[in-house]
Design a binder for this molecule. Sequence first.
Ligand SMILES: Cc1ncc(COP(=O)(O)O)c(C=O)c1O
Length: 375
Amino acid sequence: MGMPILSLTEAELRNRTSLKWRTYDPDVLPLWVAEMDVAMHPAVADAVAAAARNGDTGYPHGRDYAEAFAAMAQATWGLELAPPQIRQSGDVMNGILAVLSVTSAPGDAVVINPPIYPPFRQVISGYGRRIVEVPLTDGARLDLPALEAALADRPAAYLLCSPHNPHGTVHTAEELATVAGLCAEYGVQLVVDEIHARLVDPGVRFVSALSVPGGENAIVVTSAGKAWNLAAFKAGLIIGGADAGSVLRRLPPLALQAMGHWAAIAHTAAMRHAQEWVDEVSSEIAANKRLLARLLEEHLPGTVYRPGEGTYLAWVDCSALGLDDPARAFLERGRVAFSPGVNFSSDHRQWVRINLATSPEFVTEAVRRMAATLG
Ligand SMILES: Cc1ncc(COP(=O)(O)O)c(C=O)c1O
């Protein structure tokens, strides 16, 4: 076995100029926004470098990204996708916006499951739609009875995060079939963000909403942006279930022209050449989850962390620590940056989201800084 993927040093990472690394002072350890502390996969780096050498800086042509994704979905999940089911788009959130723009009208309701990735609220309320909240249960599962009640009111759409950010919950085939069935019954458009799908712990089975009964009407939006750390390359895919063609055909034309050529090149190379890499990184992330759980128990008793099976995110309840604003205290006194829980739900002011796509050394140092905050 070679070097772990999650082994970049602070000296290497401090050269980065992206959001994660430049928002806070240089003495702050940043474990917040969903960027990974990884080097580019060599196949992705080579593909982008070749484009640079060739001056290949024009518009995208063809459907390589869609085809590479379909091949991955078939090989990884046994999911068969026909070419007309897949559209290429600018990125995931703009893909979701495009879908909601043709499946809902201003004033319409859209269901979400807080605590939730903050842009889910922005893509609904920022465009004149109304948020209906059906929180996850205390065990971080979908609350099926509450969802049934909300869907029976016939909202325009249900925007589901699968796996869930921030909890990391991987929804089961049964849960997905239940919600897909309810959406079909009440005429609600199911829109599923599966951007974290390839980031699940070893042995955990991810199930796409497109593969469950009722999923024929669903729309999935996804990309290689998260699992391969390609946020710098804006591209995404909008995928319709077998009976969702009418939604795909109504998508706004510009939404389907927003992908950049280099983004398509990078995402395609990741899909084609970096599947083992993402499995390896997932197992390193699973080890970081175990490490974090052990360190929190040892150094911050009272905190509650139940690792989710998906994503590289840890959602930690700090209520027992007696801090007014835990994320702020950790940042200002501990010099470690996490995402504040309040960004995900107003009921979660005492929670923080920790980004574990980093080295075990950083995870250890982060907990040391959390403990020092209390010190
Ligand atoms: C659930 C979820 N959806 C979408 C995104 C962002 O994707 P994009 O940059 O393609 O809009 C993220 C990024 O963290 C995410 O966690």
